[in-house]
Design a protein around this ligand. Structure first.
Ligand SMILES: Nc1nc2c(ncn2[C@@H]2O[C@H](COP(=O)(O)OP(=O)(O)O)[C@@H](O)[C@H]2O)c(=O)[nH]1
Ligand SMILES: [Mg+2]
Length: 315
């Protein structure tokens, strides 16, 4: 994307244009290098709190968020929601990013967007971090990130947020496994969702034990269906935001910036390195030779890493 477009996007975002903000995030989704100029143009936000809500598909993350956002808006917060859409490469079907449950028009204080994890070249964390950073700088004091919790992604989201909350529900059979597997090392709080369902009390008791063992805050029981616990969870979120704003964790902030710089640098190293030896086309040519046993893997690597031509490389 030409630099002039990014300048225009920055100016639009600074003026509060939602259309420009949407385009800025799309730009980062398509090419993370767009973020270099966008972030250079947008002033750093010191007051923004980033929270991850993670859990199995169907545990009720989107439902809970749709109840939480209006409560946070009532309290004067501006809230952005980023749903990480783990678009399946097999079916192409989206599990998340379901905006139908968001209540009508919430006004300029709210923003909802899904990010296709498929498109992110350096993995979901990079794109999410940059999009969340842009939203913070666009004036959203709370950025909620909805992700499906599955192993690695959970760890990444734990790292990329100021707090990560895990949703469990009595319906999902893996809740007990989660608790046994020491999930509390990654998450800051457990939310027992669908507490209108049978088995919720047992799950709450186990979650409490796990939380106490790990010395983290007590779990909150909530039902998006009948409204139980919604006020409590909104208050807990506001309290976490208040604590973060009053005394942000400098180590966490520095680690996040370090990861951001490393990811961008790695992308540029790969880009310039590949360009220097003839681009993706050269990579393909070499792959074909290895495939036809005309070259060993080691020769292929030497050819690429030294920029040597075929025949120059010695095995
Ligand atoms: N019983 C019950 N069902 C719920 C509750 N919250 C959401 N659901 C249902 O759970 C299903 C999945 O919800 P959704 O928010 O899409 O889950 P997500 O995949 O985690 O975002 C939907 O059919 C909801 O109607 C709740 O508090 N109680
Ligand atoms: Mg969802």
């Amino acid at each position: 994307m030409p630099a002039i477009d990014l300048e225009e996007l920055v100016a639009g975002v600074l003026k509060g244009s939602r259309r420009h903000l949407a385009r800025a995030i799309t730009a980062v989704e398509e090419d993370e290098s767009s973020a270099d100029d966008l972030l250079a143009g947008l002033p750093v936000a010191t007051n923004s709190f980033r929270i991850g809500l993670t859990g199995a598909p169907g545990v009720g993350k989107s439902s809970l968020i749709s109840k939480l956002v209006p409560k946070l808006l009532e309290r004067g917060e501006r809230v952005a929601v980023l749903a990480i859409d783990p678009t399946s490469p097999l079916s192409g079907g989206a599990l998340l990013g379901d905006r139908t449950r968001m209540p009508g028009d919430l006004g300029d204080g709210a923003w909802f967007r899904s990010i296709a994890s498929r498109g992110a070249r350096s993995g979901v964390a990079g794109c999410t971090d940059l999009a969340a950073e842009i939203l913070s700088r666009a004036g959203f004091g709370i950025v909620i990130i909805e992700t499906v919790g599955v192993g690695q992604l959970e760890v990444e989201i734990g790292e990329e947020t100021d707090q990560a909350w895990l949703l469990l529900s009595p319906e999902s059979g893996d809740a007990i496994q989660f608790l046994k597997a020491g999930i509390m090392e990654i998450v800051d709080r457990i939310i027992v969702h669908k507490c209108d369902r049978p088995g919720a009390e047992d799950l709450m008791r186990l979650s409490k034990e796990a939380a106490r063992d790990q010395n983290v805050a007590d779990p909150i029981g909530v039902s998006s269906q009948d409204g139980t616990g919604i006020d409590e969870i909104a208050e807990a979120l506001l309290e976490a935001a208040r604590c973060h704003r009053e005394s942000p964790d400098p180590d966490r902030a520095q680690a996040r910036i370090l990861r951001r710089i490393r990811r961008r640098a790695e992308q540029e190293w790969v880009r310039s390195g590949l360009e220097a030896v003839g681009g993706p086309q050269r990579l393909e040519e070499v792959a074909i030779k290895v495939c036809r046993s005309q070259m060993t893997l080691r020769e292929a690597l030497e050819t690429l890493l030294t920029g040597a031509h075929d025949g120059d490389a010695s095995g």
